[in-house]
Design a protein around this ligand. Sequence first.
Ligand code: HEC
Ligand code: HEC
Ligand code: HEC
Ligand code: HEC
Ligand code: HEC
Length: 411
Amino acid sequence: MKRKTLIVWSILAVLLAFLGWRFVRPMNIFLVSEAFERPVDSSRIPAGLKGLGAEECGECHKEEYLEWSSSIHSQAWTDPYYQVDYLFDGAQQICLNCHIPLDRQQEHKVLGFRDSEKWDPILAPNPDFDPKLQNEGVTCSGCHVRNGTVLGAYGHENEDHPVETMEDSNVICIQCHVVQGERWDTFYRMPPCGTVAEIRAGYGKQSDRSGDLTVSDLGELGCVECHMPDVKRPLVEGGKRRFARRHTWRGGQDPEMVKEALKIALEEHALPKNGKRRFVLTLTNSGADHYVPTGTPDRHLTVELRLLDGRGEVLEQERHTLKRTIMWRPFIIDLWDNRLARKESRSYALEFDSNREPDAVAVEAVVRYHLLDEARRKRIGYQNEEPISYEVFRRRLSVRPTFVMEDKETW
Ligand code: HEC
Ligand code: HEC
Ligand code: HEC
Ligand code: HEC
Ligand code: HEC
């Protein structure tokens, strides 16, 4: 009897110690996969080129250079939010392999790893380190230069540098945006920075989460089609006009892009009972093949429905958040996720009794996109200069039966 009790207590103690350790252990929220465990070898500069910097490429490819300069990729290192977050997370080497992917962009070379999970790299000073190239973040060569040649999608004849034709250009995007791994204690396998886990290239474990798109070949991913709009233009000054793609990569930082992803409508639904009114706001993810919002778990949408009186005072209010909520400790579990899956629609209603709300004049709906979670912003001590959220929809409908003021404005 006594021995039994002792065994039970020992097991409990071990279990508690284990859970306790999981609460304090350094937490690696993603798995380091082969796709990004090391920086890209950039020791060979393609024949005919002077260097790997964006300005060098831009001397001939002006349009691509200007577009890239305005994109988030060019700020993947200098972005002040990234810098604060990187330091908050202990300035780990692994972050660099996607945010400054070329080895010349990194102060240290990665010689190997001390641990099997590859979180503890063996580093040595890098004599080829180029601080200017570092500031270019995801630079031209980070996507285009491999083994001393330029990867291209078309394979046109070209006397200035060698080109190797890629089978499919989406292969570039998935190196950093669609990475996954598996381990026993990670119930929700979140890729680094949470980016586009829900589009899968038909490899790895398939998921039955609703809205996941499983494709059988890379071409179906569509990242390039949606994020690099097509255009006809010469690739170099005086060159032939060709099929090309804008290097803009708009996403959550661009209100117009987010609006493109969503169809939003506010309308009154008739109710059988006298005096009862019901206004319904419907959001549909009609423009993205992944969740909206996607990317880092910070990104979320808020929906507000209000009943207003003549002075604009709020009589009743409903507020909803569309977000992925994750429990980090002791295990990483995706607690709930009410973001909009591909093609999914969601409705939110505001109901009231017009006999009880004689002062009601209008129903207003506001949808906002949030780049950052306010609590996290405070925790990591990030002082934003730009707003961290913006409006993507606002509409008012009159509730006065006498002057039904249907504004048909949609965007
Ligand atoms: C001295 C001028 C020059 C420089 C510098 C230059 N390129 Fe080019 N590049 C060209 C020309 C010319 C073409 C062919 C244009 C055409 O076919 O119309 C080309 C074509 C390309 C293509 C398309 C290849 C395909 O599939 O047909 C890519 C991608 C490219 N360059 C990337 C780069 C990158 C990245 C850099 C910098 C590392 C760079 N280029 C630097 C002149 C240059
Ligand atoms: C070398 C890694 C890497 C590659 C390759 C890459 N990206 Fe990115 N991408 C990033 C990083 C890092 C960011 C975030 C930068 C930041 O906000 O600091 C990003 C941001 C973005 C954004 C978000 C913009 C926003 O508003 O937040 C879009 C869209 C995007 N990438 C699309 C693409 C597409 C499409 C491809 C393939 C053509 C691609 N990326 C290839 C690393 C990469
Ligand atoms: C995030 C990855 C990424 C970065 C960074 C990037 N490119 Fe590209 N680039 C692509 C992809 C993908 C294509 C092919 C698009 C397609 O499939 O048609 C492309 C196509 C091109 C082409 C062929 C013509 C065209 O416009 O489609 C040129 C030239 C080019 N890039 C030059 C550059 C230069 C110069 C820079 C830096 C200023 C740069 N790229 C930065 C991914 C990138
Ligand atoms: C059918 C069009 C479509 C396809 C296909 C698509 N996207 Fe998007 N993507 C969008 C739209 C629209 C947005 C803006 C809404 C949003 O941020 O959720 C977006 C947003 C993003 C963002 C921004 C996230 C952020 O935090 O700001 C990233 C990163 C991204 N997409 C990457 C990808 C990658 C990688 C692929 C391919 C695996 C891909 N997308 C395929 C339409 C598309
Ligand atoms: C596998 C590639 C990869 C690795 C490794 C990685 N990131 Fe990212 N990171 C991305 C991509 C892709 C995005 C863009 C996602 C999006 O737009 O939502 C991003 C976005 C971010 C952002 C958001 C910027 C914004 O615009 O809101 C921050 C901050 C960030 N990363 C920090 C880090 C830190 C810190 C590390 C190391 C612990 C790290 N990243 C490791 C690929 C990576």
